[in-house]
Design a protein around this ligand. Structure first.
Ligand code: F6R
Length: 609
């Protein structure tokens, strides 16, 4: 997720200052590098570098750029590490075109190859740069693309993936070209100034009159006009007036970042699952070459890793797989040698406990596969194979979208493993991969929409309780652990998760009437035994909330149930089943008057031991 802003004006002098201020309002969308470009005296002028806006502005003085039209970008790296070359805006070979982009151009490698063959040279490793070169290439054929607008249209028809694009051309020094698919882009309207941005706060101090560009729409802005088209036909936009404050607008109308990030999961998963097959194949090769696998992580990332452990150990048959909490690494260090592959899972890529374990492991010869959300952070840099979840920056302290993205990436590896060891033939693999890639985002969207109200109502009910249990069996245990962690850290209700069979060995002693028991109950091999555990708890007066699917007998034993769609692929279950629990934790915090974005005593990135 990146932040974009573009401005074209007749009346304002210092566009670069307005762009810089707008970028500061968008910094929550990404903050690893920043850049702006303006057109002045018929030429494009660009300033950009790695770092936060404040840092880059202090070093380069972004406001020195003159001109009445410009574009700006704050980056959250997905293709290529954060550095000056990869920072946006990106230009073409002539230096007349410049572009910023949010999203992922899935077919960029193919397009780049073709452009190279036609003589284009590239400066960055980004997918974005192909856009500037594609427009340049189209303009070489005036019989097909007589104008920049036509060239831009033709380029948009060639790209696949998700995008919000703004592009300017030195020869059209008043016009901004825009396109959107699955990435937000809004237009701001003021008399003789027009804005485009990823989010409204970028221009809120100048105008509250807004048009939301829709998927598939292409637009051109000049200081006095807005023209929008879709499939070649003009669209009449419906501007509206926003009543937001800059703060609430940053959260796109959600009261908290945590809720916004819960709702961002379908797109975060879609982006994560666009990972290219070669990277997954390299990770799988390392796993298959190794004698033993360690999955290393902390907290929520450990729970994702534990899900991966359950999947991998079944697939890898007798090859040992150990899930290891990074701060407990010393107890496992004797296992490490050059025949060990470590899968380190870390959202931030900076967690000290993980790094402290990886350094000696690397010295002992282990191969390291990193699963991280922050590109080029310390953990992927320590690794042999960095793999990235593309969930976008997560501002809420409690991990939500990055957790499901980690689980999705591990599921993707699990499928590839089955294919490469021969338990899934090519056609089975292809069809399962298609289900994983296509169904995961849509099931996620459906579950969030259909269960939010129930989560809120149940959260109100349990919010007065001091404690809760989260029970599951076998591969569903990590979901229970994560559900308990979420409610504990966000709402401060004490919660414990354990294998349901353990209840009778102690924990059931404190169950009393109305004690909340959350049961993770897919209709799988664990179903029958879990039902008995539900009976035990019910008999002691426990208030049973099950997360289950239709036709599971646990529904009759439950006081309330989240009934989820039956998953077409068991690998999707750990994603589906955590969603109601994230919402339960969020609403429990809100009901108790606690700020879910800033739980006490916790930091987003833990850089102490
Ligand atoms: C809980 C949470 C933490 C992190 C843990 C590891 O919601 O976010 O438990 O998962 O601190 O952090 P990363 O994934 O950055 O290594």
């Amino acid at each position: 997720m990146c932040g974009i802003i573009a401005i074209t004006t007749q009346s304002k002098k210092n566009v670069s200052k307005m762009i810089t201020t707008g970028l500061k309002r968008l910094e929550y969308r990404g903050y690893d590098s920043v850049g702006i470009a303006t057109i002045n005296n018929g030429k494009i002028h660009t300033l950009k570098d790695k770092g936060t806006i404040e840092k880059v502005d202090n070093a380069l003085n972004l406001e020195q750029l003159e001109g009445t039209i410009g574009i700006g970008h704050t980056r959250w790296a997905t293709h290529g590490p954060p550095n000056r070359e990869n920072a946006h805006p990106h230009g073409d070979c002539t230096g007349e075109i410049t572009v910023v982009h949010n999203g992922i151009i899935e077919n960029y490698l193919k397009l780049k190859q073709k452009l190279r063959e036609s003589g284009h040279s590239f400066i960055s490793e980004t997918d974005t740069e192909v856009l500037a070169h594609l427009v340049e290439e189209e303009l070489k054929h005036p019989e097909l693309a007589p104008t920049v607008k036509e060239a831009f249209r033709r380029v948009i028809s060639q790209i696949e993936g998700s995008y919000a694009i703004t592009l300017i051309h030195a020869k059209e020094p008043e016009t901004i070209f825009l396109a959107r698919k699955d990435s937000p882009l809004v237009i701001g309207i003021q008399d003789d100034t027009k804005f485009a941005a990823s989010d409204i706060p970028a221009f809120l101090e100048y105008t509250k009159k807004v048009i939301v560009l829709k998927d598939g729409e292409i637009a051109t802005l000049t200081p006095k006009s807005v023209y929008i088209e879709k499939n070649g036909y003009r669209v009449q936009p419906k501007p509206f007036i926003v009543s937001w404050t800059a703060e609430s607008a940053q959260k796109s109308g959600y009261p908290h970042f945590m809720l916004k990030e819960i709702h961002e999961q379908p797109i975060a998963l879609r982006n994560t699952l666009t990972i290219n097959s070669e990277s997954v194949h390299s990770a799988v090769t390392k796993i298959l070459e190794a004698e033993r696998i360690i999955i290393l992580a902390c907290g929520t990332s450990y729970h994702a890793g534990l899900t991966g452990y359950h999947q991998f150990q079944r697939i890898l048959n007798k090859k040992p797989v150990y899930p290891v909490i990074a701060s407990e690494y010393d107890s496992y260090s004797h296992l490490i040698d050059n025949e060990t592959a470590i899968i380190a899972v870390s959202q931030s890529g900076e967690t000290l406990d993980v790094m402290k374990a990886l350094s000696p492991a690397k010295k002992d010869g282990a191969s390291i596969i990193a699963i991280t959300n922050v590109v080029d952070s310390s953990i992927p840099r320590l690794s042999n194979i960095p793999l990235y979840t593309r969930a976008g920056p997560e501002i809420g302290v409690a991990a939500t979208k990055t957790h499901t993205a980690q689980v999705a990436l591990l599921a993707r590896i699990a499928l590839q493993l089955q294919h490469e060891i021969g338990t899934l033939d090519k056609s089975e693999f292809d069809s399962m991969l298609q289900i994983l890639n296509e169904e995961t985002p849509s099931i996620t969207r459906k579950i969030i929409q259909q269960n939010e109200f129930k989560a809120k109502r149940l959260a109100e009910r349990i919010s007065s309780r001091k404690s809760a249990y989260f029970l599951a069996r076998g591969p569903n245990l990590p979901i229970a652990l994560e559900g308990a962690l979420k409610i504990k850290e966000i709402s401060y209700i004490h919660a414990e998760a354990f294998p349901a069979g353990e209840s009778k060995h102690g924990p059931i002693a404190i169950v009393e009437p109305s004690f909340p028991i959350i049961m993770i109950a897919p209709n799988d091999a664990t179903a029958k035994k879990l039902l008995n555990n539900a009976e035990e708890m019910k008999a002691r007066g426990g208030y049973i909330i099950s997360v289950t699917e239709k036709d599971h007998s646990i529904i009759q034993r439950s006081d309330s149930a989240f009934i989820l769609p039956t998953s077409p692929l068991h690998l999707i279950n750990p994603i589906s089943y955590i969603l109601p629990l994230q919402m339960l934790a969020y609403y429990a915090a809100v009901t108790r008057g606690v700020d879910p974005d800033k739980p006490k005593n916790l930091a987003k990135t833990v850089t102490v031991e």
